[in-house]
Design a protein around this ligand. Structure first.
Ligand SMILES: NC(=O)c1ccc[n+]([C@@H]2O[C@H](COP(=O)([O-])OP(=O)(O)OC[C@H]3O[C@@H](n4cnc5c(N)ncnc54)[C@H](O)[C@@H]3O)[C@@H](O)[C@H]2O)c1
Length: 325
């Protein structure tokens, strides 16, 4: 299966590494507007992504563009008969995302949103622990994510501009947390309140987001996200309190289960000393593999494209109710 990548920045390069690890698929070409990035690879490259979409030998495309360009590139690829894996969020807003889901149905193409966290082993294990009933019924959930921007060198300028990114940390990182909490708990989330902070003065987007939610069975959920200028760290921790035990998850590292029924258990999932980018690649490889399997087996991918839109709708509604517009 020949695959093309549109947008060869940080994530496009991660997708290329993931594709190289998957049997029976080959990276045929990339489309990238920056000539320096086009010369990083020895595959065919285009400046204009329409030329890549027009290549009949390419069956599937991954879209790794700034958020405001997802809709146009994805719809052009679907209409040209390609299967498409789009980086999150599916589109810059919920309405455009819904249109893309409908277009995938009418063109009978596989459309998948690259929700890396579904393929991170500690979060997959957390889902099993909850499903097994090891900690009983969920009573409360708390998650914090502090991302130091030095970890990424710097964020691309488009990500700091609401017109091209659609939002700040609440959308770009928050969509993962809202989505994986709902997925692990297998419950819908209901929004009670949200607030956003701008103390780091990163362009015109929020650097801090806080969501207060309730699961459909009534358990309180709190999410706190920060992008911080100083430092090079990543501090993420999810705590789920059950009526028979509790679970702590470090999504890029390990889990700890404390259960009334079993002794405390700790599992690590990554090679010691590996970087965050290497650990994130494990998730991206899982997502690309699922996309390829869904194409081969002519089925909906898991997660289905609409799933992430539910989380995006909560974030979009929060923005509309706050001063972040
Ligand atoms: N799943 C994850 O964990 C994860 C992590 C980081 C980023 N992302 C997502 O990946 C996507 C891309 O983010 P990024 O960090 O790679 O950004 P980036 O800026 O590093 O990469 C985007 C690339 O697109 C190129 N580009 C812009 N306009 C173009 C056009 N018209 N034609 C061709 N190329 C064009 C840019 O030159 C750039 O190289 C976003 O949706 C982001 O949210 C996902």
């Amino acid at each position: 299966m020949n695959i093309g990548i549109i947008g060869y920045g940080y994530t496009g390069q991660q997708h290329a590494r993931a594709i190289a690890q998957i049997e029976g698929v080959a990276l045929k070409a990339i489309a990238e507007s920056d000539s320096a990035k086009r010369s990083l690879l020895e595959v065919q490259s285009f400046t204009d992504y329409r030329s890549l979409i027009d290549d009949p030998s390419i069956e599937a495309i991954t879209v790794c563009l700034p958020h405001h360009l997802h809709e146009e590139a994805t719809s052009a690829a679907l209409l040209a008969g390609k299967h498409v894996l789009v980086e999150k969020p599916l589109a810059i807003n919920v309405a455009a995302g819904k249109s893309l889901c409908e277009l995938a149905e009418t063109t009978s193409r596989v459309l998948m949103v690259e929700m890396t966290h579904h393929f991170l082993p500690p979060l997959q294990e957390a889902k099993k622990v909850i499903a097994n009933g090891d900690i009983g019924e969920i009573m409360a959930i708390d998650e914090i994510l502090v991302e130091d921007l030095g970890l990424f060198g710097s964020l691309p300028a488009w990500m700091l501009d609401r017109s091209s990114a659609g939002g700040g940390v609440g959308l770009t990182s928050g969509i993962h947390l809202l989505d994986h909490i709902s997925w692990i708990s297998q419950q819908k989330l209901i929004l009670n309140a949200a607030c956003f902070g701008y103390t780091q003065q990163l362009g015109n987007i929020e650097d801090t987001a806080s969501f207060a939610l309730t699961t459909e069975k009534g358990a309180p959920v709190h999410i706190l996200l920060c992008w911080r200028k100083q430092g090079v760290g990543l501090n993420g921790q999810l705590t789920i309190v059950g009526n028979q035990g509790s679970l702590k998850v470090w999504p890029w590292d390990r889990i700890e289960v404390e259960s009334g029924k079993k002794a405390v258990r700790q599992d690590s999932f990554f090679q010691e000393g590996s970087t965050i980018a290497e650990r994130a690649l494990v998730g991206m490889k899982g997502a690309v593999q699922e996309f390829v399997d869904a194409i081969r087996q002519k089925r909906l991918p898991d997660p289905a494209p609409f799933d992430s839109i539910v989380s995006q709708a909560i974030i979009e509604w929060s923005y509309q109710r706050s001063s972040a517009k």
